[in-house]
Design a protein around this ligand. Sequence first.
Ligand SMILES: Cc1cc2nc3c(=O)[nH]c(=O)nc-3n(C[C@H](O)[C@H](O)[C@H](O)COP(=O)(O)O)c2cc1C
Length: 223
Amino acid sequence: MVKKLCCLLATPTALLATCALAQSGASIELPEPRYQGELSVEQALQTRRSVRSYDPRALTLDEISQLLWAAQGLKYGEFRTAPSAGALYPLEVHLVAGNIEGMAPGVYRYDPASHRLREVLMGDVRDALASSAYGQDWVADAPAALIFSAVYERSTGKYGKRGIRYAHMEAGHAGQNVYLQARALGLGTVVVGAFTDSRVKKVLRMAADEQPLSIMPVGQPPG
Ligand SMILES: Cc1cc2nc3c(=O)[nH]c(=O)nc-3n(C[C@H](O)[C@H](O)[C@H](O)COP(=O)(O)O)c2cc1C
C-alpha cells in the first residue's frame, strides 16, 4: 500500500517525504479475529482470575489480534465489542509489545476500524511501564500489555461531566472483555489501576488530551 502510494507521487521530493512519513508510523495488519471458540462464556466467567506471573514464551500475532479485537474491535464492521454511551467511543488502546512473534518490541496504537496497529515508537518499554506502575513486576514480565486510555472530550462534548463517568464505565466493560478473551485463549491477565498517570503518558507518548485508565499485562500462565 505504502509502495503503491509512493509510486503515484509525481516528484522525487514528494516521494521521499511521503515514504519517510509512512515509515515513521508504520502500520501492521493483524490477522482476522476468530468469532468462535472452545470455551463457553459461562466457563470463562467461572474460571477467570487475575494472573500475575507468566511463562516466558512469546505471544503470537493471532493471540494479540484476538485480544485487541475483544478490547475494542468492530462487530459486523461498525459498533465495537464493548458498549459505548452514545456510540461516541472515548477509549483508545495501546499495545506494549515485548515478546511477540513477528513483531518488533515497541509501542503501538490499535485502530479498530482497520484492525491494524500503528507504530508509535520502537524499543522495549516494559521496564519503564512497570516502573510507572510502582514497580509491579508483572507489567515488566508479561510478553505484552494492553493499555486503555480515554479522550474524555469525545463523551463530555455530548454528556458534559457525566461523560467522564461513562468513559470509566466503558473501560470496565472493555477490560472484562480482555479478561474473558484471555481466559478463552488459555492466557492470563490482570487489570492494573495503580500507576502514575503522567509517567504512563510519557512512556507511551500519549497526547495531552488522552488519560491512561488501566494497564493489562497479558501472557500464558506458568505450567
Ligand atoms: C479498578 C481495579 C484496579 C486494580 N488495580 C490493580 C493493580 O494495580 N495491581 C494488581 O495487581 N491488581 C489490580 N487489580 C486486580 C484486583 O486485585 C483483583 O481483581 C482482585 O484481587 C480480585 O481477584 P480476581 O480478579 O482474580 O477475581 C485491580 C482491579 C480493579 C478492578
